[in-house]
Write a protein that binds this ligand. Structure first.
Ligand SMILES: [Zn+2]
Length: 244
């Protein structure tokens, strides 16, 4: 792990987490996304009724209604490290996230009908990454399988023990509705980041780039114009506040 400046040079930071569904501007109450939606094939973190000992993520549905092909969004800013088709799973997207405090996690979205991002792409949170699908060969009722991983795993990795799940996966949200501010990784990392100091997502990367440019320039020359130094100081203040 390098210094903050070294990391900022290369990384689009995750500045807070959001739910993966329901950000497309639907009227309030018209669409509600839930885990364990009654008669649907829905599972919570660690709970599973099948042959495996537990479920490493959450299965999300819109209820009521048919949610096949509903948009799925990135839970946080990061880099797409996997985007492709896998047996049984169908389409999977995996995103690597680096938080402002230097910790990392990996969000994984499975059974997608359509994938709308590419491997290697840097994306902001709430970017659409695909749509809800049915898995390979339409084997499932439509749902989003969401995992938040503590370590980098193969996109299609499936744990075989409860200990494996507890060791390698966070509880994604522990939410029963789209608006439930309960426990889980997403909820405990919501509302933190650059948005809180007045920046909108489209400004994050440019601000990081400007910060890095002047930091590198300052290392190479002692003759930085006063105006530039004042600007750099202001930008540095913004980053300091974001890291507090
Ligand atoms: Zn699942």
């Amino acid at each position: 792990m390098g210094s903050f400046v070294e990391n900022a040079w290369a990384v689009l930071y995750a500045d807070g987490y959001v739910y993966p569904l329901g950000h497309s501007g639907q009227p309030a109450g018209a669409r509600v996304y839930v885990i364990n939606a009654g008669d649907r094939l829905s599972k919570e973190y660690l709970k599973y009724g099948g042959v495996w000992p537990g479920h490493p993520g959450e299965d999300w549905n819109r209820s009521p209604g048919d949610d096949f092909n509903d948009p799925v969004y990135a839970v946080a800013s990061g880099t797409v490290i996997d985007a492709g088709w896998y047996p049984v799973w169908g389409n999977i997207v995996q995103i690597e996230h680096t938080n402002l405090d230097g910790t990392m996690c990996w969000s994984m979205y499975a059974h997608l009908n359509i994938i709308s991002v590419e491997k290697g792409q840097e994306i902001y949170k709430k970017t659409q990454i695909g749509t809800i699908g049915k898995g390979a060969g339409n084997r499932y009722a439509p749902h989003l399988h969401l995992e938040i991983r503590k370590v980098r795993l193969a996109a299609d990795y499936w744990p075989r023990t409860i200990d494996d799940i507890k060791k390698n996966y966070y509880d994604p949200s522990d939410a029963t509705t789209d608006e439930d501010p309960s426990a889980g990784y997403i909820n405990s990392h919501r509302g933190t980041g650059l948005e809180e100091i007045g920046l909108v997502p489209s400004q994050y990367k440019p601000v990081f780039d400007i910060f890095n440019f002047f930091t590198k320039a300052a290392e190479k020359t002692e003759k930085i114009p006063t105006q530039t130094m004042n600007f750099l100081t202001n930008v540095t203040d913004i980053f300091q506040k974001a890291l507090e």
